[in-house]
Design a protein around this ligand. Structure first.
Ligand code: KG4
Ligand code: ZN
Length: 375
């Protein structure tokens, strides 16, 4: 039979979400189920690796059963199996990867051990959720920006080959949102909450600088010899934490007011909200600064595609700024649908489908999980 195989099962367990999806041969999402472990980790203010692994084991059966049922297919109707191989928490990765290997081996189906960032990278081409609309064709060449809790990366993609243009030297963008939110006593995951609160602040009243990063003159990095395109978020995070401390010392409450929260109002004073807005402005400003440099250096030209993905690509200010910037410069912007910005298995199945089309496959007996791996 000619053409791509009809159904791909995707499995993603790299961090704290247990996810399973069925994607068809046209990249249409037949089902995408994500079981969040928020309740299990919330008492600790962040992800506890040991708890995450155990939760994945407990969640797998109901999550996979729901994904198969929604897609209207049994396990034996699956043609290709894909699971995330890393990067991520090794104990968590092992659960999903072992399941994927076992299913592929038992059913004698092709297997793909997918890089988590490759999943994010191509996710902006997935169709809107709930319609099983075919994925959009992936251009031969495009620039990818992945912003998540663990990564802030710029990639140049050409025919399936991925080159890293820039990465963070320290914290990831999502991570800096989480840490600032944690300092303000917000529950995990803090990123979306910080973003929502920033909508109530005036960034200009509390400005933070966008950092420049010195070039390392690494042969595998494209830079102008003086200034790198790399990102850095730890300086901004520290400055924000210091500013919170200064407010605190001047008698301003920096913990959320439960009464205001219960009444549906922002649980902080205007000073804190302005500070949060200033932080977000600089965090997003840094991404736009690097993109604008790419454009000025003619490495991202009018008509070319920029695909933006990852959990922090849900950021409202980032989405507004990118949309305006891309429109002003004729960049073909592909923003990941919100349903697929955070970790999910549809993106893993989709990346596997693209690998399958390129004739790439993995041996289910040999694939190994790894916490840190280059793309
Ligand atoms: O891609 P993802 O689900 O997991 C990783 O691969 O890391 O990204 C999760 C990250 C978290 O740090 C979360 O706080 C952040 O994305 N995030 C946001 C927003 N929504 C999620 N950061 C900023 N603004 C948001 N709206
Ligand atoms: Zn991710």
């Amino acid at each position: 039979m000619a053409g791509p195989p009809p159904l791909v099962l995707g499995i993603e367990t790299s961090c704290d979400d247990t996810a399973c999806a069925v994607v068809d041969g046209a990249g249409g999402v037949r089902s995408s189920v994500v079981s969040s472990q928020l309740a299990a980790h919330r008492p600790y203010g962040g992800v506890v690796p040991e708890i995450a692994s155990r939760e994945h084991l407990a969640n797998w059966l109901p999550v996979s059963a729901a994904a198969l049922e929604q897609a209207g297919v049994g396990l034996d109707g699956i043609d290709v199996v894909a699971a995330t191989r890393g990067p991520g928490l090794v104990g968590s990765l092992l659960v999903g990867l072992s399941l994927g290997k076992a299913i592929a081996y038992a059913l004698d189906r092709p297997f793909h051990a997918v890089h988590h960032l490759e999943g994010h990278l191509y996710s902006p081409f997935l169709g809107p959720p709930g319609e099983a609309a075919p994925a959009e064709p992936v251009p031969e060449r495009f620039t990818g920006l992945v912003v998540s809790g663990g990564h802030t990366n710029l990639f140049a993609v050409a025919g399936g080959a991925v080159e890293t243009l820039a990465e963070t030297r320290d914290d990831a963008m999502g991570e800096s949102f989480d840490k600032v939110g944690k300092r303000l006593g917000l529950p995990y995951p803090q990123g979306p909450k910080v973003d929502a609160l920033a909508e109530h602040g005036v960034a200009e009243r509390c400005p933070f600088a966008v950092p420049k990063v010195r070039a390392e003159r690494r042969p595998d990095r494209v830079d102008d010899g003086r200034q790198s395109l790399d990102f850095s978020y730890s300086g901004l995070k520290s400055q924000t934490l210091l500013a919170i401390e200064r407010l605190e010392r001047s008698g301003v409450p920096t913990r959320p007011d439960p009464a205001a929260d219960a009444a549906g109002e922002p649980p902080f004073s205007q000073g804190v909200l302005d500070l949060i807005a200033g932080f977000r402005e600089a965090a997003v400003g840094q991404l736009l600064d690097r993109l604008e440099r790419l454009r000025r250096e003619h490495r991202l030209a009018r008509g070319e595609t920029l695909a933006v993905s990852g959990g922090a690509a849900a950021n409202r200010l980032l989405r507004r700024r990118l949309t305006a910037w891309a429109a002003a410069h004729g960049i073909d912007l592909r923003l990941v649908p919100l349903a697929y910005s955070g970790d999910n298995a549809a993106m893993i199945a989709h990346a596997a489908l693209l690998r399958e089309r390129r004739g790439e496959r993995d041996d289910p007996l040999a694939a190994e999980a790894a916490s840190r791996i280059p793309i």
